[in-house]
Ligand binder design. Structure first.
Ligand SMILES: Cc1cc2nc3c(=O)[nH]c(=O)nc-3n(C[C@H](O)[C@H](O)[C@H](O)COP(=O)(O)O)c2cc1C
Length: 304
């Protein structure tokens, strides 16, 4: 099996790629984890838990700490009790709420840290996702000091063409720089929601149309295009795809994360349309993965 051999990118390299301002930020981060080189300043231990399908959230997580832990991998453990100086969560916004796997993790685990925060990556409209997440986490007994959203490429294929998305300047680097500074200062802040043209009932309908989802209902597989590389089976955080004698089969309770579709090397996976005769996605020829995240990093994060 031929793998994409893009090298693992370290946090320092990623900071460098973000441009000159990142150099300053690395100084800001000097109190955190392994970048703490200042001898008389005690290093803070910051753990980041992340979930990702196309790399945006992993890219952010890696900039925030060297101790990044994949939620799908953590969920395999029997003990889920965590303690650190700072604990952070980085994950994508799905329908102005959190992916089911992130909710499951927070409801099962316990976290002890004086400073707990979340960064929620989104692509178009964050709406009230931070307030939603704060409420949900509170209900699970998790109090957070800081929650902010970060605009990045929108990987939602039914609505967006990835070839267009990657051309839009969403000021991600500048906004991320602000977040890094605010976290270094342990700012207390929960982002307020802006419902825009949504209302709560509309949002609930949107969420209900996404979750729960099944792989059979969502994913169409063109067996002619498939070469059996099995990246789709390895990037699925639910282990829903299997290579059988008749090609790839997708079944089971689905995250709707689209990792399998975006990371298919042959574009053999597409989204089914909820309406007969209508295309299930905007551009089946356009796929996305964050340019600084390799397919093997997504595999390591999600493989079951
Ligand atoms: C099922 C689904 C629902 C999404 N819902 C929203 C949304 O409500 N608002 C938004 O701005 N972006 C939404 N997105 C876009 C992602 O939040 C965004 O692209 C994110 O940065 C992807 O992170 P990742 O690369 O770490 O997987 C959605 C994506 C998916 C797959």
């Amino acid at each position: 099996m031929k793998e994409n051999n893009k090298e693992y990118i370290t946090r320092r390299e990623a900071l460098k790629r973000m441009g000159a301002f990142a150099t300053l930020l690395s100084l800001e981060l000097s109190g955190v984890s392994s970048l703490a080189s200042c001898a008389n300043k005690k290093a803070k231990r910051r753990i980041i838990f992340f979930f990702t399908a196309t790399g945006n959230s992993l890219f952010v997580a890696k900039l925030l700490s060297d101790d990044v832990r994949s939620i799908p991998q953590e969920l395999k453990k029997s003990e889920l009790n965590y303690e650190a100086d700072e604990i952070g969560f980085v994950f994508p916004d799905y329908a102005a709420s959190a992916p089911l796997i992130v909710r499951e993790f927070v409801s099962k685990a316990t976290f002890r840290a004086p400073y707990i925060f979340s960064v929620i990556t989104y692509g178009n409209a964050a709406v009230n996702v931070c307030e939603w997440w704060n409420r949900f986490a509170n209900e699970q007994g998790l109090q957070q000091q800081y929650i902010k959203s970060l605009l990045m490429v929108d990987n939602y294929l039914p609505v967006f063409d990835m070839n267009e998305q990657i051309k839009i300047d969403k000021h991600t680097d500048e906004n991320l720089a602000t977040i890094i500074e605010e976290l270094a200062a342990q700012k207390e802040y929960i982002e307020k929601g802006d419902l825009g043209w949504f209302n709560e009932e509309g949002l609930e309908r949107l969420r209900a149309s996404h979750f729960p989802m099944t792989a059979e209902r969502l994913i169409a597989i063109n067996q002619e295009k498939c070469i059996g590389c099995e990246f789709c089976t390895r990037v699925c955080p639910r282990g829903n795809l299997k290579l059988t004698g008749d090609g790839i089969r997708a079944e089971g309770s689905c995250e709707y994360c689209l990792a399998c579709v975006h990371n298919c090397t042959q574009k053999a996976l597409t989204l089914r349309s909820p309406m007969a005769g209508r295309p299930g996605e905007r551009n089946p020829e356009a796929r996305y993965r964050h340019p600084d995240i390799s397919i093997n990093e997504i595999v390591r994060a999600n493989q079951q």
